[in-house]
Design a protein around this ligand. Structure first.
Ligand SMILES: Nc1ncnc2c1ncn2[C@@H]1O[C@H](COP(=O)(O)OP(=O)(O)OP(=O)(O)O)[C@@H](O)[C@H]1O
Ligand SMILES: [Mg+2]
Length: 364
């Protein structure tokens, strides 16, 4: 059954492609002491898509999700989800949204089934309806076999799926997924991707944060790159790549030649050189494509720099990320320790006691 559509939404004009935004954010500011976690964020999410929110550690992604999910109040700005002002009417907003946090919020001592049914009851479902919908979502996330085991025995991937199931039991119009696949194995990640695609097919709008560019590329119809509390780039994956100016020149040099090569490439390309963290290659936007390549080959040769490889690439989302944030991508390892609660005050005070959420050591 599709969730109720927001009241009084005007039908889009015939032939128009843009529909009224289901998430509307304007000038959100949220500070923590000196830190401007959200520094004037505005965005619109059209219904029925996956919208990807991409950014390095500490960019403000979770803060934005928490504001939209009514768990945190901003100092200023406005936010509307499924036609409801989340700041003025958080209670109604909560009936239209689902949230699966960066750290799976499940009770270790209950079974998977009990966890989901409990959330159903919190949504105000009757015991019979909660049971029915629980079975339904457990089937959808392929967790029926383990449903009657204590969650304490689940793997990280299973917990993530269960967390997602619990937030689906209320049949939300908008799902917020905060790094849903961070730190889980590739097989479970694929399962979750399929689950997210099914959700969107069934009419749910998904706002997804991720540090996996591949995930954003695969799932998201639109992407906002956020850095230091601001949106620094927004569009489809192709638009973001094209905005970099066509191509990227990648040069492999030995350690001894790196400084000289960097100097030459910056002179030729006119942009700062970045270093691919995985392979140590130097990269620079090649605005004039093969002309830049030729000029670079000549200049490197003149400077006596030995290269082991030099090539042009279409920019990847990695290049976009590097170019707009100045930082390479660094996925967050998994953690299942933190449990977010519905009560905003409780969350805020726990967060205040904690100062910052637990550090993340165990690389996934
Ligand atoms: N409860 C809090 N108390 C103090 N500072 C906070 C709190 N929550 C977030 N911050 C700070 O706000 C900034 C944004 O944090 P946020 O968790 O939104 O980033 P993020 O983009 O989700 O990062 P990550 O990719 O590491 O999850 C960071 O500098 C963080 O330290
Ligand atoms: Mg986060």
């Amino acid at each position: 059954m599709p969730p109720p559509s927001p009241a009084a939404t005007p039908a889009p004009a015939e032939g128009s492609v843009t529909r009224p935004a289901v998430v509307r954010v304007r000038d959100l500011v949220r500070t923590f002491g000196e830190v401007r976690a959200l520094d004037g964020v505005s965005l619109d999410v059209q219904p029925g898509i996956v919208y990807g929110l991409l950014g390095p550690n500490g960019a403000g992604k979770t803060t934005l999700i928490r504001v939209l999910a009514t768990l945190l109040r901003p100092q200023s700005g406005s936010a509307e989800v499924a036609g409801v002002d989340v700041l003025a009417d958080p209670t109604t907003a909560r009936t239209r949204i689902g949230l699966a946090g960066q750290f799976a919020a499940v009770d270790e001592y209950l079974t998977g089934r009990e966890n989901v049914a409990m959330v159903g009851r919190l949504y105000g479902l009757s015991p019979a309806e909660a049971r029915r919908r629980t079975q339904d979502v457990l089937e959808r996330i392929h967790l029926t076999d383990a449903a009657d085991r204590q969650v304490g025995t689940y793997s990280g991937g299973m917990r993530r799926r269960l967390d997602l199931a619990a937030s689906l039991v209320g049949r939300p119009q908008v799902m917020f997924l905060d790094e849903p696949t961070t730190g889980i194995d590739p097989r479970s990640r694929m399962d979750l991707w399929e689950l997210i695609e099914d959700l969107v097919e069934a009419g749910t709008t998904v706002l997804l944060t991720t540090q996996y560019l591949e995930e954003a590329d695969r799932l998201a119809q639109r992407i906002a790159v956020i850095d230091q509390g601001r949106i620094v780039s927004e569009g489809t994956a192709d638009e973001l790549k094209d905005a970099l100016g066509g191509a990227v020149l990648e040069v492999a040099v030995g350690e001894d030649d790196r400084a000289a090569a960097t100097e030459v490439l910056e002179r030729v390309g006119g942009d700062p050189v970045t270093r691919d963290p995985a392979r140590g290659r130097l990269r620079i936007p090649a605005r004039d494509g093969s002309q830049t390549l030729l000029a670079a080959v000549r200049a490197l040769d003149d400077a006596g720099v030995r290269t082991s490889d030099i090539a042009l690439h279409r920019p990847s989302l990695d290049d976009v990320f590097l170019a707009v944030t100045g930082k390479p991508v660094e996925p967050t390892p998994a953690a299942n320790a933190e449990v977010d609660v519905e009560d905003p005050d409780a969350t805020a005070s726990r967060a205040a006691r904690r100062g910052r959420r637990p550090s993340r050591r165990s690389r996934g």
